[in-house]
Design a protein around this ligand. Structure first.
Ligand code: BEZ
Length: 221
């Protein structure tokens, strides 16, 4: 199955989009990127997702993350659908604040391993799943999530994971369950206690556990 793994350089594909032809790496520039795919234009769950993404696009911008969607329809269809999406948000006069890739030949969907064998169009051809790819400024894949067509994504969760990815790219920490910015973080296991003490002057606290092992080390950044 074709696809892309964490740490791989994301393909520098060329594509037609609602803002014209792009080369993906040029589109990203020095920014982070998020590419999210949709099964089809003019479908209900996808419309709610794109509307939510549009509503919180400033949050992605604040984090220097360029957004781009993909669906297996034409640029013409995408332009029509974008108007529906913005009308759904009661912002009918505003353009969709990010482009949509037209993958009507499904070439990119195949290359990136995005087709969902369980969801087919009326001709029996597979639709794209709801894939999320987060790409770092080094153009490498930092996160991928795959949802089936029947389950819409949570874009607040995508912002939360981007906050974690950006923090953990800078500091030798990991973020625990349900972490949000401002919460305590965990010292990564590969750091010795001495290294942790010098890297985290705000202090490291350790939780006592029945095993006696001191691996739950918290700090503030
Ligand atoms: C939707 O976006 O509503 C959808 C698309 C394909 C299959 C199921 C739901």
């Amino acid at each position: 199955m074709p696809g892309i793994l964490l740490g791989d350089v994301f393909p520098n594909f060329e594509a037609d989009t609602t803002i014209g032809k792009i080369k993906f790496h040029d589109f990203l520039g020095d920014s982070w990127g998020i590419l999210f795919s949709h099964p089809r234009d003019f479908t209900p769950v996808c419309t709610t997702e794109l509307a939510c993404a549009a509503k919180i696009s400033n949050e992605f911008k604040k984090r220097s993350v360029k957004m781009i969607a993909l669906s297996i329809d034409s640029v013409e269809d995408h332009k029509g659908w974008s108007k529906d999406v913005m009308a759904f948000n009661s912002e009918g006069e505003s353009p969709l604040p990010f482009p949509i890739i037209a993958d009507d030949k499904r070439e990119l969907s195949v290359q990136l391993g995005m087709l969902d064998p369980d969801e087919k169009d009326k001709d029996g051809i597979p639709l794209t799943a709801r894939c999320v790819f987060v790409i770092g400024p080094d153009k490498k894949l930092k996160l991928s999530i795959l949802y089936p067509a029947t389950t819409g994504r949570n874009f607040d969760e995508l912002l939360r994971v981007i906050d974690s990815l950006q923090l953990t790219a800078q500091k030798k920490v990991a973020t625990p369950v349900d972490w949000k910015p401002g919460d305590e973080v965990m010292v990564i296991p590969s750091l010795s206690d001495a290294e942790a003490a010098s890297l985290f002057p705000s202090g490291v606290t350790t939780k006592d556990l029945p095993s006696g092992k001191k691996y739950l080390r918290y700090t503030k950044v």
